[in-house]
Design a binder for this molecule. Structure first.
Ligand SMILES: Cc1ncc(C[n+]2csc(CCOP(=O)(O)OP(=O)(O)O)c2C)c(N)n1
Ligand SMILES: [Mg+2]
Length: 374
């Protein structure tokens, strides 16, 4: 009665551009100057937005905000490869993905300023609003991919999740479903080393998060998530697999959340400044910048120009956000359900009490928005 090996797996990690900007040309995706500049510009725009959004929150001009700082490559690069008909299913740390898809930055500010008119996504593409309950969007993303197969729509679903979310049951249900039904789904894990204050090591005993894919019969790859070229190449391969009937992929992008979890957190209470500084050396924008300067695709003047233009774009978005007419507070009750539940009714009564003292400060006469929710 022999002991037979039924199968063996190897887990691979992709890195193309080293932190000092050296490129492994054999592995590098063949990209033209325009595409490389597009990648660089969208990451810089996201960084500038992130810096300003954080300060706006500290100045009391924004409700709350989850920073992207350090994760620009995993955020901004994969969505550039989507077609309009494809689905983007991000998490709350998803500003970069939305911007790469062309979302108006003003809308993101409205959202994080507490105004639900910020979810007015570009009309002719399929971008989903993110779910705040961690991992609850994963089975929905699998459902979208299944629908795409059943309806022969040829849509790819790019679904983001965090390292923490990858330990939830929803991830395993979605991955199993994706395997069984051969779904055009990419489960992109942004492994930023922390789930609020819980470090990666305390979340999962396995050496990589990508290797979980093998248990469900789907492809799995670990990628240097601070390497924009590796993220591009891995996303391209996963999308090709999805489009050609090859099924789902788990892409574990190893990166680092350099900011607090959100503006409501203080990361200094559970991690060292030295750890953050180590990751600063692997910054995705600086890495691509060095490479593009070396190739002559960028010059020092062009770098300054990209930064200046990004600052102007972000400033214009902030101005538009701050000038945007106040919402009618009743909209939050109207738009929750087709028919209000008792919970909504109770909250409305509580709100009526608040109105007795604050009516003059709220835009009760503002028009009610219509038709924003399908
Ligand atoms: C179901 C659920 N449980 C807990 C929370 C509180 N919470 C918000 S974010 C988060 C950590 C998520 O970490 P990770 O998936 O790694 O994503 P990251 O924030 O690092 O991008 C937790 C526990 C929540 N929003 N939803
Ligand atoms: Mg995380």
């Amino acid at each position: 009665m022999p002991l037979t090996t039924l199968d063996e797996y190897k887990i691979q990690r992709l890195e193309i551009l080293s932190p000092d900007g050296k490129c492994d040309e054999a592995l590098a995706p063949k990209l033209g100057k325009d595409r490389l500049l597009e990648m660089y510009e969208v990451m810089v725009r996201c960084r500038v937005f992130d810096e300003r959004a954080f300060k706006l929150q500290r100045q009391g001009r924004l409700g709350t905000y989850p920073q992207i700082l350090g994760q620009e490559a995993t955020q901004c690069i994969p969505p550039l490869l989507l077609e309009k008909k494809d689905w983007l299913v991000p998490t709350y740390r998803g500003q970069g993905a939305y911007f790469a898809r062309g979302m108006d930055m003003k809308n993101s500010l409205l959202y994080w300023g507490g105004d639900d008119r910020g979810v007015d996504f570009p009309k002719d593409q399929n971008d989903l609003i993110f779910a705040i309950p961690v991992a609850s969007h994963l089975t929905q993303a699998a459902g979208l991919a299944w629908a795409s197969n059943l309806q022969k729509k040829g849509q790819v679903v790019l679904c983001y999740l965090g390292d923490g979310a990858s330990s939830k049951g929803d991830f395993h249900e979605a991955a199993n479903f994706a395997g069984v039904y051969n779904l055009p789904l990419i489960l992109l894990i942004e492994n930023n080393q922390w789930a609020i204050s819980v470090p990666r090591k305390a979340q999962c005993k396995a050496g990589t998060l990508a290797q979980r894919a093998f248990a469900y019969g789907i492809a799995g790859l670990q990628v240097d998530g601070n390497d924009p070229l590796a993220v591009y190449a891995a996303s391209e391969e996963a999308m090709k697999r999805a489009r050609t009937g090859g099924g789902a992929t788990v892409l574990e992008c190893v990166t680092y959340r350099r900011g607090h979890h959100t503006t409501a957190d203080d990361a200094g209470r559970y991690r060292t400044e030295q750890e953050v500084q180590e990751w600063e050396k692997k910054d995705p924008i600086a890495r691509l910048e060095k490479y593009l300067l070396g190739k002559g695709v960028l010059s020092a003047t062009a770098v300054a120009d990209v930064r200046r233009k990004s600052e102007e774009t972000v400033q214009a978005a902030i101005d538009a956000y701050e000038k945007f007419p106040q919402p009618n507070p009743d909209a939050m009750f109207e738009n929750m359900y087709a028919e209000p539940t008792w919970v909504v009714e109770e909250q409305r009564k509580e709100f009526d009490e608040i109105l007795k003292t604050r009516k003059d400060q709220l835009a009760m006469d503002a028009p009610m928005p219509e038709g924003r929710f399908p």
